[in-house]
Ligand binder design. Structure first.
Ligand SMILES: *Cc1c(COP(=O)(O)O)cnc(C)c1O
Length: 230
C-alpha cells in the first residue's frame, strides 16, 4: 500500500527539519530564528500542504506556474500562507505568478525583472538566482551578469530586491555544495553586502546544514518534509 501521509508524519518531519536547522545554526554561532524554512510542495497535493500548515508551516515553495496557481486557488482560505516561486520563470508566466507569489526566488535576467515589475502590484519580494556552478543547462544568471540584473530589479518600483538564490550542481556529497554556498556569500559581499541583499536562499533536504553554516537565511526543503516525489 502506498503511504498516505498523516499529520503526525508531516508534523514530525517538519520538527526534524527545524531541529536540523537549529543545530546547524547554533554550531556556527547563529540564531536559528534567522533562517526561514520554505517547505517545497511541488508535485504534492493540497491535502499534504494542509497537513504542514496545521503543523505551523506558513512558507511554501512551488516550481511550476500552473501548479502554483491551482494550489493557491485550492488553499485560498489559508490567508497567511505565503507562496514562494522557486522554479525557472518564463517571461510569459510572470503575469500569473506575480499576483499569487509573496516571493520570487528566480529572477535571472533584466528582461524578466522588467516583465515581473510590470505584472506585480506592489512590493513583490525578489531574489536574483545565480548559476554559481556555471552549468550550461541550469537557470540563473552568470556571475558576470549579476550586477546588471540586480540594478534591473531595483529599477522596478513594484519589486523589492531582498537577496540572492542558488542551486548548486547536483551531488551525493552535501560537502560538495559548500564552496558554491560560500561563493554566493562572496558575490553578495561584492554587490552591496547584507545591507542591499539581506537574504541568501540556499540549501535543500540533503545540504541544508552546509547552507545554514555558510549563512543561508532561507532554506528550501521538499523531500525531507513531504517524502520522495514520484
Ligand atoms: C525541488 C527543489 C527544492 C527541494 O528539494 P529537496 O531535495 O526535495 O529538498 C529546493 N529548491 C529548488 C529550486 C527545487 O527545485
Amino acid at each position: 500500500m502506498s503511504a498516505v501521509p498523516t499529520l503526525s508524519d508531516v508534523g514530525q518531519r517538519l520538527e526534524a527539519v527545524r531541529a536540523r536547522i537549529a543545530v546547524a545554526a547554533r554550531s556556527s554561532g547563529r540564531d536559528p530564528s534567522e533562517v526561514r524554512l520554505v517547505a517545497v510542495s511541488k508535485t504534492k497535493d493540497a491535502a499534504s500542504i494542509r497537513l504542514a500548515y496545521a503543523a505551523g508551516q506558513r512558507d511554501f515553495g512551488e516550481n511550476y506556474a500552473q501548479e502554483l496557481v491551482k494550489k493557491a486557488a485550492e488553499l485560498e482560505e489559508l490567508r497567511d500562507l505565503r507562496w514562494h516561486f522557486i522554479g525557472h520563470l518564463q517571461r510569459n508566466k510572470a503575469k500569473v505568478v506575480a499576483p499569487v507569489a509573496s516571493v520570487v526566488h528566480t529572477v535571472d535576467s533584466a528582461r524578466l525583472a522588467e516583465e515581473l515589475g510590470k505584472r506585480a502590484e506592489d512590493s513583490l519580494a525578489v531574489l536574483v538566482e545565480v548559476n554559481v556552478g556555471r552549468e550550461d543547462q541550469k537557470s540563473g544568471c552568470r556571475t558576470t551578469e549579476l550586477g546588471e540584473v540586480l540594478d534591473a530589479v531595483e529599477k522596478e518600483t513594484t519589486l523589492r530586491l531582498t537577496g540572492l538564490m542558488t542551486v548548486p550542481p547536483l551531488s551525493d556529497d552535501p560537502g560538495a555544495s559548500r564552496r558554491f554556498f560560500e561563493e554566493l556569500v562572496v558575490l553578495r559581499d561584492a554587490h552591496g553586502g547584507p545591507q542591499r541583499l539581506p537574504d541568501l536562499s540556499m540549501g535543500m533536504s540533503h545540504d541544508l546544514e552546509e547552507a545554514v553554516r555558510a549563512g543561508a537565511t532561507i532554506v528550501r526543503v521538499g523531500t525531507a518534509i513531504f517524502g520522495a516525489r514520484s
